[in-house]
Design a protein around this ligand. Structure first.
Ligand SMILES: C[S@@+](CC[C@H](N)C(=O)[O-])C[C@H]1O[C@@H](n2cnc3c(N)ncnc32)[C@H](O)[C@@H]1O
Length: 387
């Protein structure tokens, strides 16, 4: 039985058995030495057949572990569709490429709105690391919008070249991070070891890339020992790879996170790791491995710097509320609805835009190449100066 942070519901026996198989696999690998947390997180989320995103658990929605913006309301997708249509018009064409498409909710509603705007791209591509989710997306478009299905194609790797709009909603937070500790001595990496009682943290000397980054962050952000947090090299490397293939177009990266100075604020002394299990958020990544989501907030300054270093322009940065309103959210609210639907829509708008909900913590970063005009999503607010 996994150690349970207080109050979490116990997993079912068959789920526990799968978790135990993944634990054994991770421990076999850790026999050669403690694993970096990034490796542990990669296995916990993506180990074939057993990782959280690679296994069969429900994940999204009421019966799952968390709810994302496209699941709350189609309004989110419709705003992204409008922004995408503007970009495709500026480019004179192009395709859409969505990373990590979850249940397919964003894809379906974006395509519907693009159809209404008479701006459908020839292809809507999806790059999904989870075979199980890719299958769910395929079934969904076939059953809910079969006439749009021929436009949707699934990729197993990045195309050699891409022109158009790239969308990644809540994908960066699911990319593996390394954990560090700044103590009295040098920078340490917090690695993961196996014991008879379960996984434990083990402090090891940090390798050069991590140690240099932490020292530079400590100088720039003014934190001192004792201090623990994360660095998301995998997300930065991912953005560099994307930059290589994005010949013309814009990547819209939506996620929860902060500019660097807020992320590494001297009072945020234990980082941003967050786990989601049946709609409870907690901070123990070692609970029920493979059965819960593990995430870290996004350092948007690091993402913007990685994009800039790879030759992309940083085109806009704002919170989700301002982006959605800039992209046309209020125009969708003008259409009359039945009273009940009107109430539901109002509740969704609150959830997506209120600062106490997703409006402020969630940010949108736009990076791209060959797009000169301003992007409508940032016309009300553009916080690039805060990055
Ligand atoms: C929290 S879910 C978000 C799903 C969906 N975008 C949504 O908003 O509902 C994270 C998704 O990111 C995907 N993912 C993580 N790393 C990825 C990568 N390198 N390439 C493509 N998808 C990735 C996962 O498989 C999963 O579908």
């Amino acid at each position: 039985m996994p150690r349970s942070p207080s109050g979490l519901p116990a997993p079912a026996p068959e789920a526990l058995a799968a978790s135990e198989r993944l634990r054994a696999q991770i421990c076999a690998e850790a026999e050669r030495g403690p694993l970096s947390f990034a490796r542990f997180m990669a296995l916990a989320l993506y180990a074939p057949g057993l990782g959280y995103y690679a296994g069969g658990s429900r994940k999204f929605g009421e019966a799952g572990d968390f709810v994302t913006a496209p699941e709350i309301s189609p309004l989110f997708a419709w705003c992204l569709a409008r922004q995408s249509a503007d970009i495709l018009a500026q480019l004179g064409g192009g395709e859409i490429l969505e990373f990590g498409a979850g249940t397919g909710a964003l894809m379906i509603e974006m395509l519907r709105e693009l159809e209404r705007l008479d701006a459908l791209p020839a292809r809507y591509l999806i790059l999904e690391v989870s075979a199980e989710l890719a299958e769910r997306q395929r079934m969904r478009v076939l059953s809910e919008a079969p006439h749009l299905a021929p436009r949707v194609a699934w990729l197993t790797q990045l195309p050699a070249a891409f022109e158009g709009v790239v969308i990644a909603n809540e994908v960066l937070d699911a990319m593996p991070v390394q954990r560090f500790r700044l103590g009295d001595g040098d920078v340490e990496e917090l690695r993961v070891a196996c014991t008879a009682d379960g996984f434990v943290w083990q402090a090891c000397p940090a390798e050069a890339r991590l140690a240099e980054r932490v020292r530079s962050l400590a100088r720039a952000c003014g934190f001192d020992a004792p201090y623990e947090s994360e660095v998301g090299f995998a997300a930065e490397d991912w953005l560099r790879t994307l930059a290589d293939v994005l010949h013309r177009g814009v990547a819209l990266l939506v996620d929860y996170g902060f500019p660097e100075r807020e992320f590494y604020h001297s009072q945020r002394r234990s980082g941003t790791l967050m786990c989601h299990y049946r709609h409870r958020a907690h901070a123990d990544p070692f609970f029920a491995v493979g059965l819960q989501d593990i995430t870290a907030h996004v350092d948007f300054t690091a993402m913007a710097e990685a994009a800039h270093a790879a030759g992309l322009d940083v085109l806009g940065f704002s919170n989700q509320a301002s982006f959605l309103m800039g992209a046309g959210l209020m125009e969708f609210l003008a259409s009359p609805l039945e009273p009940r639907a009107q109430l539901e829509r109002a509740a969704a708008v609150h959830k997506l835009t209120l600062p106490s909900e997703m409006g402020e913590l969630f940010k949108v970063l736009a990076v791209g190449r060959g797009v000169d005009g301003p992007l409508s999503g940032f016309r009300l607010r553009d916080d690039r100066a805060r990055l």
